[in-house]
Design a protein. Structure first.
Length: 606
């Protein structure tokens, strides 16, 4: 991932719905079939017990077989998103026909839970996840900034034991981070010898080794070390003919595959996925918080020139026969699970792939690259992970959005799609009553008896202990006159941020709804103001909204003197003030002791 949206939800493992052990038999008649490589006209595809029994059925179906009309429609293998961070919203991918996600960095407990469900054949209610688990990085390298404990490497001799430990945890492949960051955000990075040793160790265990890179030099270094694929390209405005030719030749000679991840590259360039954002068929499946993530790119200013180089590289590599895989880096701001893959397909076509090649990039090509021998094709014996659409997406790639039906292991996803559409429609029409904020805006009425507020469930100490973390916090009222230079309603917040959770935090949280986690409509305000002093460290204000595990945060710096901080709601990127559940002042994820004081907390209309 490029940014720190991995956050607390890495540790959240969504529940499951029990489904029957075997799926019903059905026959899709007279359907155009994209089999993962080519289009076949007027086929009958028979599904029995969750498998494709006959992709060219010509007999008489058995009694009880459900018949599905395929005329005017195209049947595709279930789509594969070749680059995600699958830490939340587990219900979304299937709703868009994405039946497999290749996860590039995941919480080990989640990885093991999904592995066990897939092993039992009991993962029909969500996309399968093929995951790298923990990534390979240097101390202080990219991937260590999330606050979770990461086993790092410093020398080649550690590579084999590190790889073996990941395999023992359940990792399907190995992801190696080669990134030095930039002047504002530098990272330590693995040296060349250690990268080569990791690749060799992975191959010794018959595992793929793929690389995260951020620059041309890092891409060349990764390919020179023998990685099997690059899981990103990179944004830039220009590249010389020689540099482009050398990179293409290197990737081709190393038999590497490429995952451009245009969805996240566009987000960094400040570009929204307007094609899917403006498509009501697509957005009818997204809650307000899920829309918020998709509608909030990283870049604050749109600059399409930054996409010139990744588009040139993708076109040149595809022309050279290098496998191109469709991946979104969903989990990052400006992207969303499932829906972004449909945008990614269009971005690949815009970069020089034919619609048929783009469809292959999301089906058979990633299945082949990641050695998934039971999916990505419509052929006998494969999993019945299927997507049925109206029209001909091999001629117009946007026809993948004309979703008629999705099947996962032979089970229809219709009920899940309809239920989510009903929930979204209800949420969009529901009008949350505006909270009557006091005229002076003050929401922190702290006393020795109670952390009170004029509305809502009030203020509470908050830390990662409820998620199994080890951070601590102590709240103490500061009394004017008794404590020097103290304003009214001042609160001391002190404790320790300790490793033990993916995104450790501690602080104080305000629940503006009548009960904790109840939605409050704070649209009567547009600015948060407060006074603060502390130990000189950076802290953050986070706002959480209905349906999201991850707060949208704005940092602030403390000094030894009281100062006023004013934060317009517009700085909380994409936040919808009508569905706020938590407002929190937090320390973390940086570990160590902390201490800051807040007072005069106000919500104002300015």
């Amino acid at each position: 991932m490029y940014k720190t949206t991995l956050a607390i939800a890495l540790a959240v493992c969504a529940g499951s719905v029990h489904l029957p052990a075997t799926a019903a038999s059905f026959l899709i008649e007279h359907v155009r079939v994209f089999d993962g490589q080519k289009v076949l006209a007027d086929k009958n595809v028979l599904i029995v017990d969750g498998k494709i029994q006959d992709s060219n059925f010509t007999g008489k179906p058995a009694s009880g077989t459900t018949i599905i009309n395929g005329k005017g429609r195209t049947l595709l293998p279930g789509l594969i998103d070749a680059h995600v961070h699958a830490y939340q919203d587990q219900e979304l991918p299937l709703l868009y026909g994405v039946t497999t996600q290749i996860d590039m960095f995941s919480n080990v407990a989640l990885l093991q839970t999904i592995n066990e469900k897939m092993r039992k054949g009991d993962n029909r209610d969500r996309a399968d996840i093929i995951s790298a688990g923990i990534l390979a990085t240097a101390p202080g390298g990219h991937g260590t900034e999330y606050g979770m404990a990461i086993p790092t490497l410093t020398k080649p001799e550690e590579a084999q034991a590190w790889v073996d430990a990941r395999i023992a945890e359940g990792s399907h492949f190995i992801k190696i981070v080669i990134e030095h960051g930039n002047d504002k955000h530098p990272f330590n990075s693995l040296d060349t010898a250690t990268v080569k040793a990791l690749v060799k160790a992975s191959h010794m265990r018959n595992k793929l080794a793929v690389a995260h890179i951020g620059t041309l030099k890092e891409a060349q270094d990764a390919l020179a070390a023998g990685v099997d694929g690059l899981v990103h390209l990179f944004n830039d405005k220009q590249i010389s003919d020689k540099e482009l030719r050398d990179l293409v030749n290197s990737a081709k000679s190393k038999h590497a595959f490429i995952i451009p991840t245009f969805a996240v590259l566009e987000s960094i360039a400040g570009i929204k996925e307007q094609d899917v954002l403006s498509d009501k068929r697509m957005t009818s499946l997204l809650s307000k918080s899920q829309m918020q993530a998709l509608n909030t790119p990283y870049g604050s200013k749109q600059d399409t020139d930054f996409l010139k180089v990744p588009k040139m590289m993708t076109a040149a590599m595809h022309a050279a026969g290098i496998p191109i895989l469709a991946g979104t880096d969903a989990g990052n701001s400006g992207t969303q699970y499932g829906i972004s893959l449909h945008h990614e397909l269009a971005a690949l076509v815009d970069s020089g792939l034919s619609p048929t090649a783009a469809l292959a990039a999301a089906t058979s090509v990633p299945a082949s690259a990641f050695r998934l021998k039971d999916r990505g094709r419509i052929t006998n014996g494969y999993k019945a992970d299927l997507l049925l659409v109206e029209g001909e997406p091999d001629k117009d790639i946007t026809n993948t959005r004309n979703i008629v039906e999705v099947w996962k292991d032979g089970e229809r996803v219709t009920a899940q799609r309809e239920q989510k559409q009903e929930e979204v429609a209800k949420q969009k029409t529901q009008k949350n009553l505006l909270v009557d904020i006091p005229a002076d805006g003050r929401i922190g009425l702290f006393s020795k008896d109670k952390l009170a507020s004029p509305f809502g469930a009030g203020w509470y100490p908050s830390n990662d202990a409820l998620m199994g973390g080890k951070s601590t916090v102590t709240l103490k009222l500061l009394e004017p006159g008794k404590d020097a230079d103290v304003p009214a309603n001042a609160l001391s917040i002190a404790g320790s941020i300790n490793p033990g959770f993916a995104y450790p935090w501690a602080g104080v949280a305000f629940f503006p709804g009548n009960t904790p986690m109840e939605v409050a409509n704070l649209s009567n305000a547009n600015t948060l103001k407060f006074r603060v002093k502390g130990d000189g460290k950076d802290y953050s204000v986070g706002i959480s909204v209905q349906g999201s595990f991850i707060p949208v945060s704005v940092s602030f710096k403390t000094t030894a003197e009281w100062q006023e901080v004013s934060i317009p709601f517009t700085r909380f990127k994409g936040i919808d003030p009508s569905i706020i559940t938590i407002l929190a002042f937090n320390a973390g994820p940086q570990t160590g002791e902390f201490h800051f004081e807040i007072a005069d907390i106000r919500l104002l209309k300015e």
